[in-house]
Design a protein around this ligand. Structure first.
Ligand code: NAD
Length: 545
Protein backbone atom coordinates (compact mmCIF):
# COMPACT_ATOMS: atom_id res chain seq x y z
CA UNK A 1 0.00 0.00 0.00
CA UNK A 2 2.91 2.39 -0.55
CA UNK A 3 1.84 5.63 -2.21
CA UNK A 4 4.43 6.42 -4.81
CA UNK A 5 3.68 8.93 -7.48
CA UNK A 6 6.77 9.66 -9.52
CA UNK A 7 6.17 12.62 -11.85
CA UNK A 8 6.49 11.30 -15.38
CA UNK A 9 6.85 14.82 -16.81
CA UNK A 10 8.19 18.25 -15.87
CA UNK A 11 6.09 20.99 -14.31
CA UNK A 12 4.43 22.64 -17.31
CA UNK A 13 4.90 26.17 -18.52
CA UNK A 14 2.18 28.08 -20.36
CA UNK A 15 2.06 27.41 -24.08
CA UNK A 16 3.76 30.33 -25.88
CA UNK A 17 1.31 32.45 -27.87
CA UNK A 18 2.17 32.66 -31.57
CA UNK A 19 1.94 36.14 -33.03
CA UNK A 20 1.16 35.35 -36.69
CA UNK A 21 3.29 38.27 -37.89
CA UNK A 22 3.41 39.44 -41.49
CA UNK A 23 4.99 36.91 -43.85
CA UNK A 24 5.31 34.23 -41.15
CA UNK A 25 4.88 30.59 -42.11
CA UNK A 26 2.40 30.17 -39.22
CA UNK A 27 0.15 32.81 -40.80
CA UNK A 28 0.49 31.19 -44.20
CA UNK A 29 -0.47 27.66 -43.10
CA UNK A 30 -3.35 28.96 -40.99
CA UNK A 31 -4.78 30.84 -43.97
CA UNK A 32 -4.54 27.67 -46.07
CA UNK A 33 -6.43 25.77 -43.37
CA UNK A 34 -9.15 28.45 -43.26
CA UNK A 35 -9.67 28.04 -47.00
CA UNK A 36 -9.72 24.27 -46.68
CA UNK A 37 -12.40 24.30 -43.95
CA UNK A 38 -14.52 26.72 -45.97
CA UNK A 39 -14.61 24.42 -48.98
CA UNK A 40 -14.85 20.99 -47.37
CA UNK A 41 -18.56 21.05 -46.29
CA UNK A 42 -18.12 18.84 -43.25
CA UNK A 43 -20.84 16.66 -41.74
CA UNK A 44 -20.22 16.45 -38.00
CA UNK A 45 -21.53 13.22 -36.47
CA UNK A 46 -22.19 12.29 -32.85
CA UNK A 47 -19.38 10.19 -31.39
CA UNK A 48 -20.57 7.47 -29.02
CA UNK A 49 -18.30 4.68 -27.87
CA UNK A 50 -15.80 5.76 -30.52
CA UNK A 51 -18.34 5.33 -33.35
CA UNK A 52 -19.81 8.04 -35.57
CA UNK A 53 -23.60 8.35 -35.45
CA UNK A 54 -25.77 10.26 -37.88
CA UNK A 55 -29.39 11.18 -37.21
CA UNK A 56 -32.28 12.55 -39.22
CA UNK A 57 -32.07 15.79 -37.27
CA UNK A 58 -29.35 18.21 -38.44
CA UNK A 59 -28.46 21.91 -38.25
CA UNK A 60 -25.98 24.06 -40.14
CA UNK A 61 -22.54 25.00 -38.86
CA UNK A 62 -22.67 28.76 -39.18
CA UNK A 63 -20.20 31.51 -40.00
CA UNK A 64 -21.33 34.51 -37.91
CA UNK A 65 -19.50 37.06 -40.10
CA UNK A 66 -21.01 35.63 -43.29
CA UNK A 67 -24.45 34.23 -42.52
CA UNK A 68 -25.34 33.32 -46.09
CA UNK A 69 -22.54 30.70 -46.10
CA UNK A 70 -21.99 27.75 -43.81
CA UNK A 71 -19.27 25.22 -43.09
CA UNK A 72 -21.49 22.15 -43.28
CA UNK A 73 -23.96 20.39 -41.00
CA UNK A 74 -23.95 18.71 -37.62
CA UNK A 75 -26.12 15.85 -36.43
CA UNK A 76 -28.19 16.24 -33.28
CA UNK A 77 -28.73 13.63 -30.62
CA UNK A 78 -32.25 12.28 -30.09
CA UNK A 79 -33.60 10.10 -27.25
CA UNK A 80 -32.04 6.87 -28.56
CA UNK A 81 -28.60 8.35 -28.98
CA UNK A 82 -28.69 9.90 -25.50
CA UNK A 83 -29.63 6.52 -24.00
CA UNK A 84 -26.87 4.84 -25.98
CA UNK A 85 -24.38 7.47 -24.82
CA UNK A 86 -25.30 6.91 -21.16
CA UNK A 87 -25.01 3.12 -21.52
CA UNK A 88 -21.69 3.35 -23.31
CA UNK A 89 -20.34 5.77 -20.67
CA UNK A 90 -21.25 3.38 -17.89
CA UNK A 91 -19.53 0.50 -19.71
CA UNK A 92 -16.41 2.61 -20.22
CA UNK A 93 -16.47 3.68 -16.55
CA UNK A 94 -15.82 0.10 -15.47
CA UNK A 95 -12.35 0.05 -16.95
CA UNK A 96 -11.43 3.76 -17.18
CA UNK A 97 -12.04 4.46 -13.49
CA UNK A 98 -9.49 1.77 -12.62
CA UNK A 99 -6.77 2.99 -14.99
CA UNK A 100 -3.64 4.37 -13.40
CA UNK A 101 -3.19 8.15 -13.17
CA UNK A 102 0.06 7.93 -15.16
CA UNK A 103 -1.77 6.47 -18.12
CA UNK A 104 -4.56 9.02 -17.96
CA UNK A 105 -2.10 11.91 -17.80
CA UNK A 106 -0.11 10.48 -20.70
CA UNK A 107 -3.19 10.68 -22.92
CA UNK A 108 -3.97 14.29 -22.04
CA UNK A 109 -0.33 15.33 -22.37
CA UNK A 110 -0.27 13.68 -25.77
CA UNK A 111 -3.40 15.67 -26.68
CA UNK A 112 -1.58 18.86 -25.64
CA UNK A 113 1.42 17.96 -27.83
CA UNK A 114 -0.82 17.21 -30.80
CA UNK A 115 -2.70 20.48 -30.39
CA UNK A 116 0.54 22.40 -30.08
CA UNK A 117 1.66 21.00 -33.44
CA UNK A 118 -0.43 18.96 -35.88
CA UNK A 119 -3.93 20.12 -34.81
CA UNK A 120 -3.20 23.78 -34.07
CA UNK A 121 -4.17 25.23 -37.46
CA UNK A 122 -7.31 23.12 -37.77
CA UNK A 123 -8.67 24.04 -34.35
CA UNK A 124 -7.71 27.72 -34.72
CA UNK A 125 -9.26 27.92 -38.20
CA UNK A 126 -12.47 26.26 -36.98
CA UNK A 127 -12.66 28.71 -34.04
CA UNK A 128 -12.06 31.73 -36.26
CA UNK A 129 -14.73 30.69 -38.75
CA UNK A 130 -17.42 29.12 -36.59
CA UNK A 131 -17.08 31.49 -33.61
CA UNK A 132 -15.88 34.63 -35.46
CA UNK A 133 -12.74 35.13 -33.39
CA UNK A 134 -9.73 37.01 -34.68
CA UNK A 135 -6.52 35.01 -34.87
CA UNK A 136 -5.18 36.26 -31.53
CA UNK A 137 -8.43 35.56 -29.66
CA UNK A 138 -8.52 32.12 -31.21
CA UNK A 139 -4.86 31.37 -30.49
CA UNK A 140 -5.13 32.30 -26.78
CA UNK A 141 -8.31 30.24 -26.43
CA UNK A 142 -8.49 27.22 -28.72
CA UNK A 143 -4.74 26.59 -28.87
CA UNK A 144 -2.94 27.94 -25.79
CA UNK A 145 -5.62 27.71 -23.10
CA UNK A 146 -6.70 24.25 -24.25
CA UNK A 147 -3.08 23.03 -24.22
CA UNK A 148 -2.58 24.59 -20.78
CA UNK A 149 -5.72 22.92 -19.42
CA UNK A 150 -4.45 19.50 -20.58
CA UNK A 151 -0.92 19.98 -19.23
CA UNK A 152 -1.60 21.84 -16.00
CA UNK A 153 -4.53 19.65 -15.01
CA UNK A 154 -2.31 16.59 -15.40
CA UNK A 155 0.24 18.26 -13.16
CA UNK A 156 -2.40 19.23 -10.59
CA UNK A 157 -3.76 15.69 -10.56
CA UNK A 158 -0.35 14.56 -9.30
CA UNK A 159 -0.22 17.37 -6.79
CA UNK A 160 -3.58 16.21 -5.44
CA UNK A 161 -2.49 12.62 -5.19
CA UNK A 162 0.41 13.76 -2.99
CA UNK A 163 -2.03 15.07 -0.35
CA UNK A 164 -1.77 12.11 2.01
CA UNK A 165 -2.72 11.81 5.67
CA UNK A 166 -0.29 11.26 8.56
CA UNK A 167 0.84 7.77 9.14
CA UNK A 168 3.14 6.06 11.53
CA UNK A 169 5.31 3.60 9.69
CA UNK A 170 5.60 1.34 12.70
CA UNK A 171 1.95 0.62 13.44
CA UNK A 172 -0.46 2.20 10.99
CA UNK A 173 -0.43 3.13 7.34
CA UNK A 174 -3.04 5.66 6.19
CA UNK A 175 -3.69 6.67 2.65
CA UNK A 176 -6.22 8.57 0.56
CA UNK A 177 -7.27 7.24 -2.80
CA UNK A 178 -8.55 9.73 -5.37
CA UNK A 179 -11.39 7.61 -6.74
CA UNK A 180 -13.57 8.77 -9.60
CA UNK A 181 -17.22 9.55 -8.91
CA UNK A 182 -19.57 6.62 -9.38
CA UNK A 183 -21.53 7.35 -12.54
CA UNK A 184 -21.09 9.79 -15.42
CA UNK A 185 -20.54 13.55 -15.67
CA UNK A 186 -22.74 15.70 -17.87
CA UNK A 187 -20.48 18.36 -19.45
CA UNK A 188 -22.40 21.23 -21.06
CA UNK A 189 -20.41 23.95 -22.78
CA UNK A 190 -21.03 27.54 -23.96
CA UNK A 191 -20.33 28.95 -27.43
CA UNK A 192 -17.68 31.46 -26.52
CA UNK A 193 -14.57 29.47 -25.52
CA UNK A 194 -13.42 26.38 -27.38
CA UNK A 195 -11.01 25.58 -24.54
CA UNK A 196 -13.73 25.70 -21.89
CA UNK A 197 -15.70 23.28 -24.06
CA UNK A 198 -12.78 20.87 -24.21
CA UNK A 199 -12.01 21.23 -20.52
CA UNK A 200 -15.52 20.53 -19.23
CA UNK A 201 -15.48 16.79 -20.09
CA UNK A 202 -11.67 16.43 -19.94
CA UNK A 203 -10.97 17.52 -16.38
CA UNK A 204 -13.42 14.95 -14.91
CA UNK A 205 -12.09 12.33 -17.38
CA UNK A 206 -8.53 12.99 -16.21
CA UNK A 207 -9.66 12.15 -12.68
CA UNK A 208 -11.01 8.78 -13.85
CA UNK A 209 -14.56 9.77 -14.72
CA UNK A 210 -16.56 9.32 -17.89
CA UNK A 211 -18.46 12.20 -19.47
CA UNK A 212 -21.22 13.05 -21.90
CA UNK A 213 -20.25 16.24 -23.72
CA UNK A 214 -22.98 18.49 -25.13
CA UNK A 215 -21.35 21.43 -26.91
CA UNK A 216 -23.17 24.67 -27.79
CA UNK A 217 -24.96 24.42 -31.13
CA UNK A 218 -23.47 27.69 -32.38
CA UNK A 219 -19.88 26.43 -31.90
CA UNK A 220 -19.91 22.73 -32.75
CA UNK A 221 -16.98 22.63 -35.16
CA UNK A 222 -14.07 23.46 -32.79
CA UNK A 223 -15.65 21.09 -30.24
CA UNK A 224 -15.77 18.28 -32.81
CA UNK A 225 -12.11 18.73 -33.68
CA UNK A 226 -11.14 18.70 -30.00
CA UNK A 227 -13.03 15.42 -29.72
CA UNK A 228 -11.14 14.00 -32.73
CA UNK A 229 -7.87 15.20 -31.20
CA UNK A 230 -8.63 13.37 -27.96
CA UNK A 231 -9.40 10.19 -29.90
CA UNK A 232 -6.08 10.49 -31.72
CA UNK A 233 -4.31 11.03 -28.40
CA UNK A 234 -5.57 7.60 -27.33
CA UNK A 235 -8.63 8.35 -25.18
CA UNK A 236 -10.46 5.02 -24.97
CA UNK A 237 -13.89 4.74 -26.60
CA UNK A 238 -16.83 5.82 -24.46
CA UNK A 239 -14.80 7.83 -21.91
CA UNK A 240 -16.13 11.01 -23.51
CA UNK A 241 -19.23 10.70 -25.67
CA UNK A 242 -19.90 13.64 -27.95
CA UNK A 243 -23.63 14.45 -28.24
CA UNK A 244 -24.41 17.79 -29.90
CA UNK A 245 -28.04 18.85 -30.03
CA UNK A 246 -30.69 20.86 -28.26
CA UNK A 247 -29.85 21.53 -24.60
CA UNK A 248 -33.48 21.76 -23.57
CA UNK A 249 -34.18 18.29 -25.03
CA UNK A 250 -30.97 16.46 -24.10
CA UNK A 251 -30.61 18.06 -20.65
CA UNK A 252 -33.78 16.77 -18.96
CA UNK A 253 -33.23 13.23 -20.33
CA UNK A 254 -29.64 13.08 -19.09
CA UNK A 255 -30.51 14.53 -15.69
CA UNK A 256 -33.18 11.85 -15.28
CA UNK A 257 -30.57 9.10 -15.17
CA UNK A 258 -29.87 7.47 -11.77
CA UNK A 259 -26.20 7.34 -12.81
CA UNK A 260 -25.75 11.11 -13.06
CA UNK A 261 -22.73 11.77 -10.84
CA UNK A 262 -22.05 15.40 -11.69
CA UNK A 263 -22.66 18.43 -13.87
CA UNK A 264 -19.77 20.41 -15.30
CA UNK A 265 -21.41 23.46 -16.82
CA UNK A 266 -20.38 26.80 -18.23
CA UNK A 267 -22.98 29.13 -19.69
CA UNK A 268 -25.74 31.45 -18.62
CA UNK A 269 -27.02 31.82 -15.08
CA UNK A 270 -30.61 31.08 -16.13
CA UNK A 271 -29.78 27.72 -17.72
CA UNK A 272 -27.58 26.71 -14.79
CA UNK A 273 -30.25 27.55 -12.21
CA UNK A 274 -32.76 25.52 -14.28
CA UNK A 275 -30.42 22.52 -14.25
CA UNK A 276 -29.87 22.81 -10.51
CA UNK A 277 -33.64 22.91 -10.01
CA UNK A 278 -34.09 19.76 -12.14
CA UNK A 279 -31.44 17.94 -10.12
CA UNK A 280 -33.14 19.03 -6.92
CA UNK A 281 -36.47 17.65 -8.11
CA UNK A 282 -34.82 14.38 -9.17
CA UNK A 283 -32.72 13.97 -6.04
CA UNK A 284 -34.38 10.73 -4.94
CA UNK A 285 -33.63 9.10 -8.29
CA UNK A 286 -29.86 9.32 -8.07
CA UNK A 287 -27.47 6.72 -6.69
CA UNK A 288 -25.29 9.47 -5.23
CA UNK A 289 -25.50 13.24 -4.73
CA UNK A 290 -24.47 14.75 -8.07
CA UNK A 291 -21.62 17.26 -7.86
CA UNK A 292 -22.82 20.51 -9.40
CA UNK A 293 -20.13 22.77 -10.82
CA UNK A 294 -21.16 25.74 -12.91
CA UNK A 295 -19.46 28.92 -14.06
CA UNK A 296 -22.01 31.41 -15.32
CA UNK A 297 -22.62 35.07 -16.22
CA UNK A 298 -20.91 38.30 -15.25
CA UNK A 299 -21.38 42.05 -15.05
CA UNK A 300 -17.74 42.89 -14.75
CA UNK A 301 -16.61 46.26 -13.48
CA UNK A 302 -13.76 48.71 -13.76
CA UNK A 303 -13.22 51.28 -11.05
CA UNK A 304 -10.77 54.02 -11.91
CA UNK A 305 -9.20 56.15 -9.20
CA UNK A 306 -8.18 59.79 -9.75
CA UNK A 307 -4.57 58.63 -9.76
CA UNK A 308 -5.13 56.24 -12.71
CA UNK A 309 -2.73 56.33 -15.61
CA UNK A 310 -4.95 57.34 -18.54
CA UNK A 311 -3.22 55.15 -21.16
CA UNK A 312 -3.41 52.10 -18.88
CA UNK A 313 -7.08 52.83 -18.23
CA UNK A 314 -7.93 53.35 -21.91
CA UNK A 315 -6.20 50.12 -22.95
CA UNK A 316 -7.89 48.15 -20.17
CA UNK A 317 -11.27 49.55 -21.19
CA UNK A 318 -10.88 48.84 -24.92
CA UNK A 319 -9.41 45.36 -24.56
CA UNK A 320 -11.61 44.48 -21.59
CA UNK A 321 -14.88 45.59 -23.16
CA UNK A 322 -14.47 44.92 -26.87
CA UNK A 323 -12.16 41.96 -27.48
CA UNK A 324 -14.18 39.09 -28.92
CA UNK A 325 -17.04 41.58 -29.26
CA UNK A 326 -17.56 41.64 -25.49
CA UNK A 327 -18.69 38.00 -25.59
CA UNK A 328 -16.59 36.96 -22.62
CA UNK A 329 -18.08 36.21 -19.24
CA UNK A 330 -15.27 38.43 -17.91
CA UNK A 331 -15.82 41.33 -20.34
CA UNK A 332 -15.78 44.78 -18.77
CA UNK A 333 -19.29 46.13 -19.14
CA UNK A 334 -19.58 48.84 -16.47
CA UNK A 335 -16.96 51.45 -15.63
CA UNK A 336 -16.86 53.99 -12.83
CA UNK A 337 -14.75 57.01 -13.72
CA UNK A 338 -13.91 60.02 -11.50
CA UNK A 339 -15.33 63.20 -13.04
CA UNK A 340 -11.93 64.89 -12.61
CA UNK A 341 -10.23 62.64 -15.18
CA UNK A 342 -13.24 62.00 -17.43
CA UNK A 343 -12.64 64.86 -19.97
CA UNK A 344 -9.05 63.70 -20.65
CA UNK A 345 -10.02 60.02 -20.70
CA UNK A 346 -13.01 60.67 -22.95
CA UNK A 347 -10.85 62.34 -25.63
CA UNK A 348 -8.35 59.51 -25.76
CA UNK A 349 -10.89 56.69 -25.39
CA UNK A 350 -13.24 57.92 -28.12
CA UNK A 351 -10.34 58.71 -30.41
CA UNK A 352 -9.05 55.12 -30.06
CA UNK A 353 -12.45 53.40 -30.19
CA UNK A 354 -13.34 55.17 -33.41
CA UNK A 355 -10.25 53.59 -35.00
CA UNK A 356 -11.33 50.03 -34.11
CA UNK A 357 -11.88 47.93 -37.22
CA UNK A 358 -14.86 45.57 -37.30
CA UNK A 359 -15.23 42.83 -39.93
CA UNK A 360 -14.39 39.27 -40.86
CA UNK A 361 -11.62 37.49 -38.90
CA UNK A 362 -10.44 36.17 -42.26
CA UNK A 363 -9.18 39.72 -42.82
CA UNK A 364 -6.42 39.76 -40.21
CA UNK A 365 -6.44 43.57 -39.92
CA UNK A 366 -9.77 43.54 -38.03
CA UNK A 367 -9.69 43.90 -34.24
CA UNK A 368 -13.37 42.99 -33.80
CA UNK A 369 -15.58 40.51 -35.65
CA UNK A 370 -19.22 39.40 -35.62
CA UNK A 371 -21.36 38.39 -32.65
CA UNK A 372 -22.28 34.74 -32.58
CA UNK A 373 -25.79 34.50 -34.06
CA UNK A 374 -29.08 36.23 -34.77
CA UNK A 375 -30.58 35.91 -31.25
CA UNK A 376 -27.39 37.43 -29.77
CA UNK A 377 -27.43 40.20 -32.40
CA UNK A 378 -31.09 41.04 -31.71
CA UNK A 379 -30.65 40.96 -27.94
CA UNK A 380 -27.61 43.30 -27.99
CA UNK A 381 -29.36 45.61 -30.47
CA UNK A 382 -32.33 45.81 -28.14
CA UNK A 383 -30.08 46.98 -25.27
CA UNK A 384 -28.62 49.63 -27.59
CA UNK A 385 -32.16 50.76 -28.50
CA UNK A 386 -33.01 51.04 -24.81
CA UNK A 387 -29.99 53.31 -24.35
CA UNK A 388 -30.96 55.40 -27.38
CA UNK A 389 -34.47 56.01 -26.09
CA UNK A 390 -33.69 56.59 -22.41
CA UNK A 391 -33.19 60.00 -20.85
CA UNK A 392 -30.78 58.36 -18.37
CA UNK A 393 -28.31 57.36 -21.06
CA UNK A 394 -26.41 58.74 -24.02
CA UNK A 395 -24.47 56.77 -26.62
CA UNK A 396 -21.17 58.58 -27.00
CA UNK A 397 -19.53 56.16 -29.43
CA UNK A 398 -20.77 53.45 -31.81
CA UNK A 399 -24.34 52.23 -31.49
CA UNK A 400 -24.73 51.00 -35.08
CA UNK A 401 -25.58 47.44 -35.98
CA UNK A 402 -25.40 45.88 -39.43
CA UNK A 403 -26.55 42.37 -40.28
CA UNK A 404 -26.40 42.64 -44.07
CA UNK A 405 -23.54 40.15 -44.37
CA UNK A 406 -22.73 39.12 -40.80
CA UNK A 407 -23.85 39.99 -37.28
CA UNK A 408 -21.75 43.12 -36.81
CA UNK A 409 -22.17 45.54 -33.93
CA UNK A 410 -19.95 48.58 -33.44
CA UNK A 411 -18.02 48.95 -30.19
CA UNK A 412 -20.52 51.00 -28.22
CA UNK A 413 -19.93 53.29 -25.25
CA UNK A 414 -22.85 54.53 -23.21
CA UNK A 415 -22.69 57.29 -20.63
CA UNK A 416 -25.33 57.10 -17.93
CA UNK A 417 -26.36 59.44 -15.14
CA UNK A 418 -28.10 56.56 -13.35
CA UNK A 419 -25.72 54.09 -11.67
CA UNK A 420 -28.54 51.52 -11.54
CA UNK A 421 -29.44 51.90 -15.22
CA UNK A 422 -30.26 48.52 -16.84
CA UNK A 423 -26.99 48.33 -18.76
CA UNK A 424 -25.09 48.87 -15.47
CA UNK A 425 -26.80 45.82 -13.92
CA UNK A 426 -27.65 43.20 -16.58
CA UNK A 427 -25.31 41.01 -18.61
CA UNK A 428 -25.51 42.08 -22.29
CA UNK A 429 -22.83 39.75 -23.69
CA UNK A 430 -21.89 42.08 -26.50
CA UNK A 431 -19.65 45.09 -27.24
CA UNK A 432 -21.45 47.59 -25.01
CA UNK A 433 -19.66 49.41 -22.18
CA UNK A 434 -21.62 51.70 -19.87
CA UNK A 435 -19.79 54.45 -17.97
CA UNK A 436 -20.90 56.25 -14.83
CA UNK A 437 -18.87 59.22 -13.68
CA UNK A 438 -18.59 59.92 -9.97
CA UNK A 439 -17.35 62.76 -7.81
CA UNK A 440 -13.81 61.82 -6.67
CA UNK A 441 -14.87 62.69 -3.10
CA UNK A 442 -17.29 59.74 -3.33
CA UNK A 443 -14.57 57.12 -3.93
CA UNK A 444 -15.55 54.97 -0.93
CA UNK A 445 -19.28 55.32 -1.62
CA UNK A 446 -18.69 54.30 -5.24
CA UNK A 447 -16.98 51.10 -4.10
CA UNK A 448 -20.09 50.26 -2.07
CA UNK A 449 -22.23 51.08 -5.08
CA UNK A 450 -20.29 48.63 -7.26
CA UNK A 451 -20.70 45.91 -4.66
CA UNK A 452 -24.47 46.42 -4.57
CA UNK A 453 -25.33 47.02 -8.20
CA UNK A 454 -25.44 43.63 -9.86
CA UNK A 455 -26.30 40.02 -8.95
CA UNK A 456 -23.03 38.82 -10.46
CA UNK A 457 -19.56 38.61 -8.94
CA UNK A 458 -17.21 37.28 -11.60
CA UNK A 459 -14.42 39.73 -12.45
CA UNK A 460 -13.50 43.34 -11.87
CA UNK A 461 -10.52 45.67 -11.97
CA UNK A 462 -9.17 48.73 -10.23
CA UNK A 463 -6.96 51.16 -12.15
CA UNK A 464 -4.98 53.37 -9.80
CA UNK A 465 -1.47 54.53 -8.96
CA UNK A 466 -2.40 55.05 -5.31
CA UNK A 467 -1.58 52.07 -3.06
CA UNK A 468 -4.10 53.00 -0.34
CA UNK A 469 -6.90 53.34 -2.87
CA UNK A 470 -6.03 49.94 -4.35
CA UNK A 471 -6.09 48.35 -0.91
CA UNK A 472 -9.45 49.91 -0.06
CA UNK A 473 -10.93 48.75 -3.38
CA UNK A 474 -9.57 45.25 -2.83
CA UNK A 475 -11.09 45.09 0.66
CA UNK A 476 -14.48 46.66 -0.06
CA UNK A 477 -14.95 44.58 -3.20
CA UNK A 478 -13.96 41.37 -1.40
CA UNK A 479 -17.04 39.47 -2.57
CA UNK A 480 -17.76 41.44 -5.76
CA UNK A 481 -15.39 39.43 -7.98
CA UNK A 482 -13.80 35.98 -7.96
CA UNK A 483 -11.03 37.34 -10.21
CA UNK A 484 -9.85 40.81 -9.18
CA UNK A 485 -7.32 42.67 -11.32
CA UNK A 486 -5.12 45.59 -10.31
CA UNK A 487 -4.04 47.88 -13.15
CA UNK A 488 -5.18 45.46 -15.83
CA UNK A 489 -8.30 44.59 -17.80
CA UNK A 490 -10.66 42.12 -16.08
CA UNK A 491 -10.32 39.47 -18.84
CA UNK A 492 -7.68 37.01 -20.00
CA UNK A 493 -7.16 34.67 -17.03
CA UNK A 494 -4.33 32.23 -17.74
CA UNK A 495 -4.43 28.59 -16.61
CA UNK A 496 -2.00 28.00 -13.76
CA UNK A 497 -1.67 31.74 -13.13
CA UNK A 498 -5.15 33.13 -12.42
CA UNK A 499 -7.51 30.24 -11.50
CA UNK A 500 -10.88 31.37 -12.82
CA UNK A 501 -14.39 31.66 -11.43
CA UNK A 502 -16.81 33.89 -9.56
CA UNK A 503 -19.43 33.66 -6.87
CA UNK A 504 -22.96 35.02 -6.21
CA UNK A 505 -24.93 34.57 -9.49
CA UNK A 506 -21.68 33.97 -11.40
CA UNK A 507 -21.20 30.37 -10.38
CA UNK A 508 -19.94 27.87 -7.87
CA UNK A 509 -16.41 29.33 -8.14
CA UNK A 510 -14.61 26.02 -8.47
CA UNK A 511 -11.70 27.69 -10.25
CA UNK A 512 -11.13 26.18 -13.67
CA UNK A 513 -7.44 25.75 -14.39
CA UNK A 514 -6.50 24.77 -10.85
CA UNK A 515 -6.47 21.67 -8.65
CA UNK A 516 -9.54 23.01 -6.83
CA UNK A 517 -11.66 22.16 -9.84
CA UNK A 518 -10.22 18.64 -10.07
CA UNK A 519 -11.05 17.88 -6.45
CA UNK A 520 -14.75 18.14 -7.35
CA UNK A 521 -14.38 15.11 -9.62
CA UNK A 522 -13.09 12.69 -7.01
CA UNK A 523 -14.71 10.86 -4.17
CA UNK A 524 -11.88 9.98 -1.84
CA UNK A 525 -11.46 6.66 -0.12
CA UNK A 526 -9.47 6.53 3.10
CA UNK A 527 -7.54 3.36 3.79
CA UNK A 528 -6.15 2.47 7.18
CA UNK A 529 -3.89 -0.57 7.41
CA UNK A 530 -2.89 -1.69 10.89
CA UNK A 531 0.42 -3.49 11.09
CA UNK A 532 0.26 -4.52 14.73
CA UNK A 533 -3.44 -5.20 15.23
CA UNK A 534 -4.91 -5.45 18.79
CA UNK A 535 -5.63 -8.95 19.94
CA UNK A 536 -7.57 -8.20 23.14
CA UNK A 537 -10.68 -5.97 23.39
CA UNK A 538 -9.90 -4.91 27.01
CA UNK A 539 -8.35 -1.46 27.68
CA UNK A 540 -5.74 -0.75 30.38
CA UNK A 541 -8.16 1.49 32.38
CA UNK A 542 -10.26 -1.56 33.14
CA UNK A 543 -7.49 -3.01 35.24
CA UNK A 544 -7.71 -1.91 38.93
CA UNK A 545 -4.74 -3.82 40.30
P1 NAD B 1 -26.24 29.23 -22.64
O1 NAD B 1 -26.56 29.13 -21.21
O2 NAD B 1 -27.26 29.75 -23.56
O3 NAD B 1 -25.82 27.79 -23.20
C1 NAD B 1 -24.81 27.03 -22.57
C2 NAD B 1 -25.05 25.56 -22.87
O4 NAD B 1 -26.21 25.11 -22.17
C3 NAD B 1 -25.29 25.26 -24.35
O5 NAD B 1 -24.60 24.08 -24.70
C4 NAD B 1 -26.79 25.05 -24.38
O6 NAD B 1 -27.21 24.25 -25.47
C5 NAD B 1 -27.01 24.36 -23.05
N1 NAD B 1 -28.38 24.33 -22.56
C6 NAD B 1 -29.38 25.20 -22.78
N2 NAD B 1 -30.50 24.82 -22.13
C7 NAD B 1 -30.20 23.66 -21.49
C8 NAD B 1 -30.93 22.78 -20.63
N3 NAD B 1 -32.19 23.02 -20.30
N4 NAD B 1 -30.29 21.70 -20.15
C9 NAD B 1 -29.00 21.46 -20.45
N5 NAD B 1 -28.27 22.26 -21.25
C10 NAD B 1 -28.86 23.36 -21.75
O7 NAD B 1 -24.88 30.09 -22.74
P2 NAD B 1 -24.09 30.60 -24.02
O8 NAD B 1 -24.90 31.66 -24.71
O9 NAD B 1 -23.59 29.46 -24.83
O10 NAD B 1 -22.82 31.27 -23.33
C11 NAD B 1 -22.85 32.58 -22.81
C12 NAD B 1 -23.01 32.57 -21.32
O11 NAD B 1 -21.97 31.78 -20.73
C13 NAD B 1 -22.86 33.96 -20.71
O12 NAD B 1 -23.82 34.14 -19.71
C14 NAD B 1 -21.45 33.94 -20.14
O13 NAD B 1 -21.23 34.86 -19.09
C15 NAD B 1 -21.34 32.52 -19.69
N6 NAD B 1 -19.94 32.09 -19.58
C16 NAD B 1 -19.41 31.99 -18.32
C17 NAD B 1 -18.07 31.65 -18.15
C18 NAD B 1 -17.46 31.55 -16.77
O14 NAD B 1 -16.39 30.97 -16.64
N7 NAD B 1 -18.10 32.10 -15.74
C19 NAD B 1 -17.29 31.38 -19.26
C20 NAD B 1 -17.87 31.46 -20.53
C21 NAD B 1 -19.21 31.82 -20.67
Amino acid sequence: LEIQMPYPFNKPINEPVRDYGPGSSEKETLKQKINELKTQRIEVPLIINGQDYKTEDTSTINIPHDHSSSLGNFHKAGKNEVNLAIESSMDAWDSWSKIDLNERCAIFNKAADLLSTKWRDTINAATMLNMSKNVYQSEIDAACEMIDFFRFNSWYAYELSKQQPMYSLEFVKNSLEMRSLEGFIFAVSPFNFASIGGNLPSSPALMGNVALWKPASSAVLPAYYIMKLLQEAGLPDGVINFIPGSGSKIGPQVMDSPNLAGIHFTGSTTVFKGMWETIGKNINKYKSYPRIVGETGGKDFCIAHESANIEVLTTAMIRGAFEYQGQKCSAMSRAYIPSSIWPTLKDLLLDEVEKITVGSPEDFTNFMNAVIDRPAYESIKEYIEICKSSSDAEIISGGNCDDTKGYFIEPTIVLTSNPKFRTMCEEIFGPVLTIFTYDPKDWSKTLDLIDNTSDYALTGCVISDNKDAILEAKNTLNHAAGNFYINDKPTGAVVGQQPFGGSRASGTNDKAGSMFNLIRWVSMRTIKEVLDSPKDYRYPFMDES
